[in-house]
Design a protein around this ligand. Sequence first.
Ligand code: ADP
Ligand code: MG
Length: 487
Amino acid sequence: MQFKPTIGLEIHVELNTETKMFCESLNDSQETHPNMNVCPVCMGHPGTLPVINKEAVKKVILTGLALGGKVAEYSRFERKNYFYPDLPKGYQISQYKHPLVYGGELVLPDSGKKIRIRRVHLEEDTGRLIHEGLGSGIKSEQVSFVDFNRAGVPLMELVTEPDISSADEASEFAEELRLLLRELNVSDADMEKGQMRLEANASLDMGTKVELKNINSFNALRRAIEYELERQAGILKAGKKIVHETRGWDDAGQKTFSQRRKEESHDYRYFPEPDLPPIEVYGDDELNPETLKLKLPELPRQKRARFQKEYGLAAKDSALIVSDKGTADFFEKAVSELLEWSSHDKKPQALKLAFNYLISDLQGLVKEKELPMNDLLVSPENFAELIKMILEDLISSRAAKDILRVMVEEGGDPSDIARERGLNQISNEGALEEIAEKIIGANPQAAADYKLGKENALQFLVGQVMKETKGGANPEVARETLLKLLK
Ligand code: ADP
Ligand code: MG
């Protein structure tokens, strides 16, 4: 028995504005001291009035435009009423009937499949509850703290149509969306910091859907959906009914668990927020979507296509570079520098070298040291110079890796580093001959072995020359020089 999976996503994103959604309190995700960024407005004191943060509205419009959605001519905020200790006003200002953006689509990069967007709206985040055990033994107790730094932070909610048909597609959607949000600079979208939060709805054969929460990584999203689809299939095969409910993802147990029966929207008693005017963006110079549309940056999809065309990258290599904005920016700067230097016939080789050194060597060091790609001691210009030195046979690939490590750790110009550390390649035969003679003199056994036909012995001698020159010799030239001397 095969069932057809249907999946829709609801994604909350904290916008990276200076201040909160309806007041002047700072929106600072780095703040670690609780209840520092609060004021009477976001604490829900009586007599205070909210004011709409234009920057947040603009970021939602940009997101909507990038997705090809429609920006509403008329949109407004509503109150969503419920009690929870992290919600000081007893209601959340959200949008319901009139979202800021509706429609649009996101194209999945691998398959080209289009996932329709239902709506993108703006609301405010809640505070944070921290549960802790205090004391020990008979005096121990469970206590909960409330941190309101996050209360009132602008939150964008994006809802897809149920167009997704597998766990892989769902995570592909979420990853592509994160990339887009970062490119637009609307959010840092760091999942570990809760700046991007995923919820999935899943059903089989368009039957009763189950909502999945507590998902804190792309991997968890994939696993939660896979688990849930299997669980539902088991229930249907047994001839039983799926319960309409919200289930949480238990990452440690790798399973979903029932949290509550699904509440209905009428339970929240939504009504128009009386303290805020409607949002009419077309009449506002700073927010007019027609103007903002012209300011959209290049989107990930376009960038991938351009990198393929302009730099001759394979589709998967282009996707790899573009998957991180810092890496893409770095590559582009380094390559434009490099292409200015290289003669026409060396361009493909230069691009290939730059790609390889960026993806394996530089990224390897960056990961090892947990450095931010957009703030390295290695400048793209210096990186390009290093590639140029390899291309021109001034340094060996061994030396290039050592130089790159120094550049990452201490910064500096690759040609200075090569000179200071004696890493310049000795491809000049005359200079090598002296060294080769010395090596043969110091290893008479190996020299004799080679003359008796042991090829390995020559390899050993080449190795000794390389060691003596600290990797600075060109191994090919070293080999030829040794051969000549051994004849
Ligand atoms: P509700 O009214 O229960 O919140 P909505 O129709 O508003 O449901 O949809 C909420 C989310 O559920 C959307 O992301 C939508 O794509 C998704 N969804 C709708 N129908 C289904 C379904 N049959 N299976 C899976 N997801 C669905
Ligand atoms: Mg919401």
